[in-house]
Design a protein around this ligand. Structure first.
Ligand code: LLP
Length: 414
């Protein structure tokens, strides 16, 4: 998982031109660090693959919605994929033009739909007929026409972790093909929406482009009778090599597999993970080391409250020491202070002899890291740092206990 951005110099771990041990010393641990250069490279890779298809890229904000990162990605020319009115609020705050935002989500509230209509959001990805009715009514009341892509559930079971597969009929997402066909045939029932596209997203960390092709074909068949339904949003899901030996296809493989289908279609993609995962690392400090049950436990100040992916998806994120540490490497359990046996960041990290005070990096944590952080055990969420060349700056400060109590104090004093 080391890459151009997170690399070793004289044995020590650097991000771009910043030595990470010094950064961690100054910013404190735990702390998330992102490489601007790596984000830009990832965007360039997606563009090289999908620009030839004329695809518009809408970055999936759910992967990491830090304001500074949104601004950076927006300035790089990306639109946004929002999954709540709160994400839309963030994107607008970061200066994203509303028409470049697509609004997805299986359970948008009427208030969220109204907010998005008032903001002038570009597209609504609609996932039930009742939602379509609500949107139509709200749009009618405002004298506007909402542009809609119906989200199709194509019945394709993607080969990925069961928690992040979304395209099979057992999942809550999308509309069955027959229902989509029926709604398209009754477009006139919804005079205040323009049914101009179809949307499909079969899951995240997708191992095989042919499943995405199968889904796209199913969706195209539904649109075929309607010459005005020619926007196809194929979602995100492009995988990331976390451990480096998974053998996942890159975005180019997906683009190549899809290219023969997409002539004459306006294409959209919604990548999240592939933009930001390997551009981020969580830096943590070693508190204690102990042997137990034949295992070496490295207890750190980082935990499942900063990074829940290992506990939730059995995700494997490589752990690397920040300083050059000589000596043999053996497997260790890297765990946090939270009162849960699930609070393990890596169950078998090959690491040298680390001691209290040493610092480690948990790699590949730019996506679905900070956004899924919690305050469990009254832990404050960590700061976020953006590295650009030899410069780094805090783009979100560490929370304080007072930040957390502010929402309760008034009530408690009565
Ligand atoms: N579009 C839709 C409709 C989605 O539901 C998602 C992700 C994306 C795009 C972006 O997918 P990506 O390119 O990032 O794979 N928390 C999980 C991942 C949840 C993904 C949810 N939907 C994890 O940490 O693996």
């Amino acid at each position: 998982m080391l890459n151009d951005a997170f690399h070793r110099r004289d044995g020590a771990l650097w991000c771009e031109d910043v030595p990470l041990d010094a950064l961690a010393e100054a910013a404190g641990t735990p702390v998330y660090v992102y490489s601007a250069a790596r984000i830009t490279e990832n965007v360039a890779r997606l563009r090289a693959a999908f620009d030839p298809l004329g695809a518009a890229i809408h970055y999936s904000l759910k992967a990491n919605a830090n304001l500074t990162l949104i601004r950076l990605l927006s300035e790089a020319g990306l639109g946004m994929d929002a999954v709540s009115a709160g994400e839309i609020y963030r994107a607008l705050e970061a200066g994203v033009a509303p028409e470049r935002i697509v609004f997805a989500g299986v359970g948008k509230t009427p208030q969220e739909l109204a907010y998005a209509l008032d903001a002038g959001i570009g597209w609504f990805n609609v996932e039930s007929e009742t939602e379509l009715r609500v949107l139509d009514t709200l749009a009618g009341a405002r004298g506007v026409r909402a542009r809609v892509a119906l989200r199709v559930n194509p019945g394709v079971a993607a080969q990925t972790h069961r928690h992040i597969a979304t395209g099979h009929f057992g999942a809550k997402f999308g509309l069955p093909p027959a229902v989509v066909a029926d709604i398209l045939a009754r477009h006139a029932d919804y005079p205040h929406v323009s049914l101009a596209g179809l949307h499909v997203h079969i899951g995240s960390q997708l191992a095989r482009p042919d499943e995405t092709v199968e889904a796209a074909r199913a969706v195209q068949a539904l649109a075929a009778p309607y010459a005005d339904v020619r926007t196809l949003n194929i979602g995100g899901g492009f995988p990331v090599e976390y451990t480096g030996d998974e053998g996942y296809p890159g975005p180019q493989a997906f683009a190549d597999a899809l290219a023969p289908l997409l002539n004459g279609w306006q294409v959209k993609i919604e990548p999240g993970r592939s933009v930001i995962a390997d551009a981020g690392a969580l830096l943590i400090g070693v508190l204690y080391v102990k042997e137990q049950g034949g295992q070496r436990f490295i207890l750190t100040d980082g935990s499942m409250t900063e990074l829940i992916r290992p506990a939730l998806y059995e995700a494997v994120h490589p752990v690397e020491p920040l300083r050059a540490l000589p000596g043999d490497v053996s497997e260790a359990v890297v765990a946090g202070p939270v009162c849960e046996s699930a609070d393990v960041l890596n169950r078998a990290a090959p690491l040298p002899d680390v001691q209290p005070g040493d610092r480690l990096a948990v790699l590949g944590t730019g996506a679905y890291g900070m956004v899924m952080a919690s305050n469990y055990n009254m832990r404050v969420r960590p700061p976020e740092v953006l590295v650009q060349g030899a410069q780094w700056r805090i783009v979100r400060r560490r929370e304080t206990w007072d930040d957390l109590l502010a929402l309760e104090r008034d009530a408690a004093s009565k």
